[in-house]
Design a protein around this ligand. Structure first.
Ligand code: ATP
Ligand code: MG
Length: 454
């Protein structure tokens, strides 16, 4: 599929430049020389990206952009400005433009990189829409982002195992998506219309977990005021999801094994065996092999639940998922809170891609939620991600090859840009955060040619 790009500029040289930059089979280019022309093109075609000049013969590129965005809130656009207009452009980026480029262009690689990032983001948005559409047709199934090859492999295993009645063990670090995968397996199984019962074996004391799983007769223990059915009974015909199975006590491991062998159970306080046909899914963030070797987990139970194993890789080992997930969560929280935060600035995207994510998807989800909550509507800078954005700009490979003075300048520019973005241009706040005197903050901004918010 070609990327459809619209270039709006009255200057033939600039149009040529972009045509040269974006030539080849991957692109379908259109050009417009004024606002009227651009409107016509935008009405006819759904563009992946619009590159537009700020000053057009019959109007202003920014106004045109606002117009487009009111109809297509996710339209990605890059604004071209002259140096004098940068102040407006910065404001525009705050209003939802993807990025801006200043004329004359000095660095074509930067142009290409910005365009590439914008198109990547557009692709991710569209993938999420397609996912949502397919899933709306299948209520109950969770939306799972799987753009990396590692996750594609996992999803293939899930699709293969789901319709069979086999026991599935889901193994993965905390926050990698074990629960969402368990829900998906249930949703894609023949039992989808029957109940899915989930319980975290690590969260309850042994006796409570036992009562919850087995149910009890009236008077089985002091507080058993009336007969209560347990999960083994309730999950009959459906699925039982035992989360953090490694935390189950030895006694309960033995009882569970018996239930799995006999395919029946007895409520506490009763000897009547009742059959139950449930499909078992277990999850663990500890290695069951190690727990078994350490004598904490029964080998016979291990072999019974270790039939089909789905291993969820940590997020740091599937970085291609990070940006699509971040966009997906952005969309999710915008809907949830009735906001229009976003898009992420290119710097924010870079920060997301590089972060180590020890808390995996859950951490990423919280980081985006926080960014949506603390941001006004409009672009999200790296500083919105909490600790992640507070880190210093990383040294790029090329920077380490620059003369020290230039590398230092690059660093300073990135630092102050980040600082100003995170304080929304407020110099006093920037001075406070950086520990640099107000006067000196001004000095740096001027020397580095950075723009201040008016
Ligand atoms: N591939 C994914 N696509 C979309 N959302 C995801 C994905 N993976 C995880 N999530 C979301 O991230 C959060 C954490 O996932 P989940 O609770 O399934 O992880 P977990 O492995 O069970 O974590 P824990 O071990 O801490 O219980 C959930 O809100 C879940 O919906
Ligand atoms: Mg979980």
């Amino acid at each position: 599929m070609k990327s459809r790009v619209l270039i709006v500029d009255d200057d033939p040289f600039t149009r040529k430049l972009f045509q040269g930059l974006l030539r080849g089979n991957a692109f379908a280019l259109q050009t417009a020389i004024n606002v009227a022309d651009a409107r016509k093109a935008l009405r006819a075609t759904d563009f992946n990206l619009v590159i537009l000049d700020q000053r057009l013969p019959d109007g202003n590129g920014l106004d045109l952009f606002s117009e487009v965005r009111s109809e297509r809130p996710r339209q990605l656009a890059i604004l071209i400005t002259g140096h004098a207009e940068v102040r407006d452009a910065v404001r525009a980026v705050r209003e939802g433009l993807f990025d801006y480029l200043t004329k004359p262009f000095e660095n074509l690689e930067e142009l290409e990189a910005v365009i590439g990032k914008a198109l990547e983001m557009d692709r991710a948005y569209r993938e999420i829409d397609i996912l949502r559409e397919t899933l709306e047709a299948r209520p109950g199934a969770p939306l799972i982002i799987s753009c990396s090859s590692a996750m594609e492999k996992v999803m293939l295993e899930v699709r293969q195992a789901a319709p069979l009645d086999t026991t599935v063990l889901i193994d993965g670090e905390s926050g990698t998506g074990k629960e969402i995968i368990a829900k998906q397996i249930h949703a894609l199984s023949k039992r989808a219309k029957q109940p899915l019962l989930e319980i975290n074996c690590g969260a309850l004391p042994e006796s409570l977990l036992e009562a919850t799983l087995f149910g009890y007769e009236k008077g089985a223990f002091t507080s058993a005021a009336k007969m209560t059915s347990g999960y083994f009974e309730e999950a009959d015909g459906g699925t039982l999801f035992l989360d953090e199975i490694a935390d189950m006590s030895p006694k309960l491991q033995a009882s569970l094994l018996r239930v799995l062998q006999e395919r029946s159970f007895a409520r506490l306080g009763s000897t009547v065996q009742r059959p139950s046909d449930f499909r078992l899914i277990c999850a663990t963030n500890k290695s069951l092999e190690l727990e078994m070797q350490a004598g904490n987990f029964r080998a016979d139970l291990y072999y019974r639940i270790n039939v089909v194993v789905v291993r969820l890789p940590p997020l740091r080992q599937r970085r291609e998922d990070v940006v699509p997930m971040a966009l997906f969560f952005l969309d999710y929280f915008n809907r949830k809170f009735g906001k229009q935060a976003g898009p992420f600035t290119p710097e924010a995207i870079a920060a997301l891609e590089c972060a180590p994510w020890p808390g995996n998807v859950r951490e990423l989800k919280h980081a985006v939620e926080r960014a949506v909550v603390i941001n006004a509507d409009g672009p999200i800078a790296p500083s919105s991600f909490g600790i992640l954005g507070k880190g210093l700009p990383s040294i790029t490979e090329s920077a380490s090859l620059l003369p020290y003075r230039e590398a230092q300048e690059d660093f300073q520019r990135a630092y102050f840009k980040n600082l100003l973005e995170s304080t929304d241009g407020n110099i006093s706040e920037a001075a406070r955060l950086s520990g640099i005197a107000r006067q000196n903050v001004y000095g740096h901004i001027e020397r580095l040619g950075l723009v201040m918010k008016s």
